[in-house]
Design a protein around this ligand. Sequence first.
Ligand code: FAD
Ligand code: NAP
Length: 545
Amino acid sequence: MATATAQTTSVDAVIVGAGFAGMYMLHRLRGLGLAAQVFEAGSGVGGTWFWNRYPGARVDIRSLEYSFSFSPELEDEWRWSERYAPQAELLRYAEHVADRFDLRRNISLNTRVTAAHYDAAAQRWDVRTDDGTTVSARYVIMATGCLSVPTDVDFAGIADFAGRIYRTSQWPHEGVDFSGQRVGIIGTGSSAIQSIPIIAAQASQLTVFQRTPNYSVPAHNGPLAPEEVADWTANRTAYRAAIKLTPGGFFNEPRETLTFDEPPEAQIAELERRWAIGGFQILGAYADMGIDPVANKVTADFAAAKIRALVEDPAVADLLTPKDYPFATKRLCVDSNYYATFNRNNVRLVDLKATPIECITPAGIRTMTKDSGGEDFSFDAIVLATGFDAMTGALDRIDIRGRDGVRLKDRWAHGPQTYLGLMVAGFPNLFTITGPGSPSVLSNMLTSIEQHVDWIADCLDHLARHQQASIEASPEAEAAWVDHVNDIASQTLYPQANSWYMGANVPGKPRQFLPYAGGVGVYREHCDGIAARGYEGFVLQSAAA
Ligand code: FAD
Ligand code: NAP
């Protein structure tokens, strides 16, 4: 058995990324007696919650559910302060996990993996990092994150801006004080929607540049009620077991009821009830919300009425209302005071569909209209809340070469192809945690991370017990899974939106619905069944002579 220390050049497994996925993977592999080394580009653990420190950043799944379930001791000793924990608390939790399970001794921080090449003769991967280290590993596990690579935004003139530019996803660790500043923010996705109310309360002026409005539901966040904690603690085992079988990997009381099974007044009452609870409760209201456009419109109209009620200026309310895609087909946002922020007299909304950004000037942002000259805005700071090259971005940026030197990026030139979102044909012993083709970003990611890590750990254990050196998805199984993923997606309304789920936010990225929309519970059954049938659809090989 190889050992893993800072000097090691040969390990059983390299894990890329020290977010929740990479850390739990390391813990499981250690439990199997495997030597694993984690490489993390950042200077700390925690992934998403290490990088995204913008004001208002917080989880939008209940913290009780967005947390690890694998260790009852960890659950017993950790107390969440709020229903939806803020970023700083999530980062403390990640750091606590690293310390509690003594993970840090096998995590190399400030180290980016640049390449991973498969050596078929040796049945091993050669992994290279940006500090010149080369490591030989039997297995490579990509825990690189689905939302870890910001999109490249190259507004003309951006380098000449005289003020400060901040990215929500690379926020300064010391924080930013916008007091007295004129601030412009580009983007109105989840990151912007969380940060806008807080920046608006601090800055002298905030100008929001919106290309596409998003639907957002209230979080109704607050301190975690003692009775909620008591109920969770008393029933935790049952809750955790049930969560694993839900569609989204969390509780939102999903109903079988179809929208038009109920009269209009009952529909409104049900949607009101869920709006009052807040968060993703609304998604569980009707089983046909995600598949039937007419049914979906009932919820969309309900949300639009809420926007009109919350925003005093009807013209602003109209601009904030999505019109060209069904409800929740772009990632639904969860906010604290977002819409009401537009009632402040220091906040202005600019519609980039009517007046696109022409360039960034030394003084601020210049927009243009079709017929006449643009408007110049002056800012002390600009915030880019412009999103991520989701699901494939981090993998694309590593030079991954499988059998016969085939590059993963080339293999995926027309969109990612995977078996279960876990493996790719032609890339033996390479695993992707929450990869494309798995429920991943459509779910409570902690549920999906644990499921993938456990599946991979069980798989490696199976290989060891059966004296197998490699596992690889068969091209046929992969093709069938890709068909299934596409088939399920085509039955939903998701493809109707220009979303990052579809790769639409990155110019030139192939249009393909990236995650698996069949639900966490159904997906788990697929994975468990395939493993139980001797890793059906995978080719296992013993060590080469
Ligand atoms: P990450 O946390 O993204 O960690 C991946 C790590 O890999 C990063 O630290 C990165 O630096 C590192 N890395 C990548 N490439 C390399 C490389 N080549 N070499 C070395 N290191 C590399 N999900 C939810 O379920 N609920 C939420 O409420 C929620 N809120 C979110 C809020 C924000 C602002 C964002 C951006 C995402 C949110 N997500 C949420 C999704 C979130 O990404 C997951 O919940 C989860 O944190 C992912 O963990 P991970 O370990 O898979 O990936
Ligand atoms: P996002 O949802 O992709 O939003 C990016 C925003 O920037 C969009 O409004 C987009 O407009 C706009 N934009 C991008 N490029 C632009 C350009 N060149 N010009 C003008 N506008 C541009 O990214 P995000 O807000 O960072 O969120 C990403 C995901 O992370 C979320 O969907 C969610 O899964 C997760 N997240 C969760 C939370 C949470 O509440 N817990 C918070 C933050 C993030 P278009 O829509 O027109 O492309």
